[in-house]
Structure formats: structure tokens, C-alpha cells
Design a protein around this ligand. Structure first.
Ligand SMILES: Cc1ncc(COP(=O)(O)O)c(C=O)c1O
Length: 422
């Protein structure tokens, strides 16, 4: 559902009014650009020079054509406008356009009904039977599962690598190696990868790179500019931002976008316009929300580091996190998701801590405005590396509540943990 819109000269004045003038965007901050992103006059107005603020929800399956000639001509250019509901409407195009605009150097964005669908379609776009995929050991678990349940039966081998391997990934490359999948920081354990080193090796060997960039979003790590070929977001998290819609995206550089688009159409992916609308609405406030998530999470994480009951805090912006120096070098900031490891204790004591929390929900998905606490056990998932910890681990998502309220809640939780640990 990507869309590359074409403008005639006559649109220029109205483009500036709509805040979509490329030249005028130079030097403006992401927050400023996101306010007007995807707001094109042909998507928000009726051609009289006036327009509404938000690209509206266009619900469609059938598209009606002017004539048989028009119908026949329409299918030839995938970017020529309305064609068939599955190819999207201005609602989805506006979101795709806004996401592409966040990634300097990108050719376009395709949308998917979930983050997992984005991951799996991106992988299918670059792999064929007989290929080998190098897959980071700290990848989101369903990404690993896809390698086993779908890629392996189709003849693609996955080889897992240490998230901290850096340039050493060159040693794993064989004649069948085709692609490197990165996720940085890693799911649950937050190792920050040396993306520039891995991209350099991939380029030298003619390999494709894919990155799950959900934690940082392009605001904190513009992946295409860093040399990544296909960058993936579970928009379900920070882009939507309100825990009320599922959506994924893949933004690709010029080498891969056409192939990704063709495969996405062939697989029949479609995102409902209501969900696309919610995601575009979420994007407007993403920069402000990310700043609040960052500030809250850092405050809570630093406080946790001072607690006797806590063995370690795995937050990319804190020195104890593996790959912290890569974070300092490459990222423009941090988001609201991190893990801490309890000192001693068992699942029973951890459960007592989590179950009694007043301001933290217990749930898997994250990136909304609400705080979450999740018991995690990464030990059984890894194959290339060993997970070793002094006690059970908890992943926190810090939402938009007052951080001091969250700290008081966690302090009471750690008191409960201490009682059960004894
Ligand atoms: C890093 C990461 N990637 C992808 C996904 C999948 O996204 P979705 O839940 O939209 O399928 C998740 C979900 O938790 C995630 O954490």
C-alpha cells in the first residue's frame, strides 16, 4: 500500500500551504514535519484550494472508473491513483508517505496488518530457496519462529549470530548467505548492535540488510540513511501509540522498494483505513510522546539502579547495557522500553512484585501511553548466545504517567519481592 504521488506544477502553491513543500522542509525538525506529513491537497481537499487538516478515512473495495478505457489504463501504473481497494486509498497513502518522509534516502513504504506481517514480508522479498539468512539471536521471538516454520521448509537456512558480533559477522558469511537481519536494541535483552559495522560488511559482500527498528523509530535512528536496505516498524507500538490498532510498515531504499511492493500486492496485504488513520494521528504526537517516554524511562531506570533488590538494568542509554557505546554513537535518544534483573529470588517472588503493581498493566504489546510490566525469561529462546542472569527479569514499558508515581509503585513492588525472596 505504498504510494508515490506525482505533482503537476500547478500544485506548488497549495503544497506549501499544506506544509508539504520539500524545499521548505530543509532544516525543519521532525516534529514540525510530522504535523503536516501526508497532508497533500489532493488527499485533503476537493480541488478548490481549501483542505481539511486530517486526511480522511476513505473506505473502499470497488473503485468506479469513468470509462472502459480509464479502467484499462488504471492498472498499468501502480502509483496512478485509485485502482482497487486492496491497493489502498488516500488514507493509507498519507500514512505511507509520512513514514517515508521520516527516512531520508527512502524510496517508499508499504503497510501491513501487523508488525509480524511486515517482518515476514520483508524477509520473503529478499530470500529465495537455497539462501542463508544471518539472524540476530536477540530478535523478536515470532521473527525467529518464522525462520523455523516458514523459511526452513522453503529451503532458506537461518543462522543465528551474537548481537554484539559487529564486524566479526564477516566470518559467518558463506557462498549461500544472502541477507542479514538486525534488531537493535534486541527484544527483551536490549543489546545494541554495531549497525554501521554490519552494514559495511554486508555492502562489501553484496548482502541485503533488514532492521527491526521498532524500539527507536526513525526519530531516534534513521535506518535508511545508516545504509539499511529495508527497515521495519511494528507501528502497533509507538507510531499508533494508544494501544488501539495493529499495523506494520516496511520502508525501503531504491534498490528494494519495487520488489517489496510487488510481493506485498501479490500476497494481498491490506490495512484497514481506520487503522491507518489512527496510525497517522499517532504520528503527529510521536516526537512529544517519545521525549516523555524517554524522560520517564530514564528516571525509573536510574532509580532502579540504586536499589539493592536490582542486580542490573538493561537500558541502552545506561552503561551496564551491552552495546551501550553503540547507542551513544548512533542514536538520537532512547524510548520507554527496558529490562531489569532482580537480585536473587524466583518466579514466585517476581510474580508477587508484578501482581500488586497499581500503575503498570501486565501485557505483551507496548508503545502505548500506559506503563506495563512483563515477566520475561529469555533463557530458552537463544541459540547462538547464552542468557545468564542473577535472578528473574522484568521488562518495563514506561508510559506517560508521572514517573514519581511509577517509582513509588515499583518501590512497594520491590518491598513485596524482598519479602518473598527471603
Ligand atoms: C521488536 C518487535 N518487532 C515486531 C513486533 C510485532 O509487532 P505486532 O505485534 O504488530 O505484530 C513486536 C511486538 O511486540 C516487537 O516487539
Amino acid at each position: 500500500m505504498g504510494h508515490v504521488a506525482r505533482y503537476g506544477k500547478g500544485h506548488r502553491r497549495r503544497l506549501i500551504v499544506a506544509g508539504r513543500d520539500q524545499g521548505g522542509n530543509k532544516g525543519t525538525s521532525a516534529a514540525t514535519r510530522l504535523v503536516a506529513a501526508g497532508r497533500r491537497p489532493e488527499w485533503t481537499g476537493t480541488g478548490d484550494g481549501r483542505g481539511i487538516v486530517n486526511p480522511p478515512v476513505w473506505r473502499a473495495s470497488t473503485i468506479l472508473f469513468d470509462s472502459v478505457a480509464d479502467l484499462r489504463a488504471s492498472g498499468r501504473d501502480p502509483n496512478a491513483g485509485l485502482y482497487y481497494g486492496r491497493r489502498g486509498t488516500p488514507t493509507q497513502w498519507a500514512l505511507a508517505d509520512a513514514l517515508t518522509g521520516m527516512e531520508p534516502g527512502a524510496a517508499g513504504t508499504m503497510l501491513y496488518p501487523s508488525g509480524v506481517a511486515a517482518v515476514t514480508t520483508a524477509l520473503l522479498a529478499v530470500l529465495k530457496p537455497g539462501d542463508e539468512l544471518l539472524l540476530v539471536d536477540s530478535a523478536y521471538e515470532p521473527t525467529r519462529a518464522f525462520a523455523k516454520t516458514v523459511l526452513a521448509p522453503m529451503g532458506v537456512t537461518a543462522r543465528f549470530y551474537d548481537p554484539l558480533i559487529g564486524a566479526g559477522i564477516a566470518d559467518l558469511i558463506g557462498p549461500a548467505t544472502r541477507a542479514i537481519f538486525l534488531e537493535s536494541p534486541g527484544s527483551l535483552t536490549f543489546e545494541v548492535q554495531d549497525v554501521p559495522a554490519i552494514v559495511a560488511v554486508a555492502r562489501e559482500h553484496g548482502l541485503v540488510t533488514l532492521l527491526d527498528n521498532t524500539w527507536a523509530t526513525p526519530l531516534l535512528f534513521p535506518a535508511i540513511a545508516a545504509g539499511i536496505d529495508l527497515t521495519i516498524l511494528a507501528c502497533t507500538k509507538y507510531v499508533v501509540g494508544h494501544s488501539d490498532a495493529m499495523l506494520g510498515s516496511v520502508t525501503a531504499g531504491p534498490m528494494w522498494f519495487e520488489r517489496l511492493r510487488r510481493l506485498t500486492h501479490a500476497l494481498g496485504h491490506h490495512v484497514g483505513p481506520d487503522d491507518a488513520y489512527l496510525a497517522l494521528r499517532g504520528l503527529r504526537t510521536l516526537p512529544m510522546r517519545m521525549k516523555a517516554h524517554e524522560a520517564g524511562a530514564l528516571k525509573v531506570a536510574r532509580w532502579l539502579e540504586t536499589r539493592e533488590e536490582v542486580a542490573c538494568v538493561l537500558h541502552p542509554a545506561l552503561p551496564a547495557c551491552p552495546g551501550h557505546s553503540h547507542f551513544v554513537r548512533d542514536f538520537a535518544g532512547s524510548s520507554g522500553l527496558f529490562t531489569f534483573i532482580l537480585k536473587g529470588g524466583d518466579d514466585h517472588a517476581r510474580t508477587a512484585m508484578i501482581d500488586g503493581l497499581a500503575h503498570f498493566g501486565i501485557g505483551y504489546s507496548w508503545g502505548g501511553y500506559e506503563s506495563l510490566a512483563l515477566p520475561i525469561d529469555p533463557g530458552g529462546i537463544r541459540t547462538a548466545t547464552q542468557w545468564q542472569a542473577d535472578g528473574p527479569a522484568v521488562r518495563l514499558h514506561i508510559g506517560l504517567e508521572e514517573p514519581d508515581d511509577l517509582i513509588a509503585d515499583l518501590a512497594a513492588g520491590l518491598d513485596r519481592f524482598r519479602i518473598y525472596r527471603a
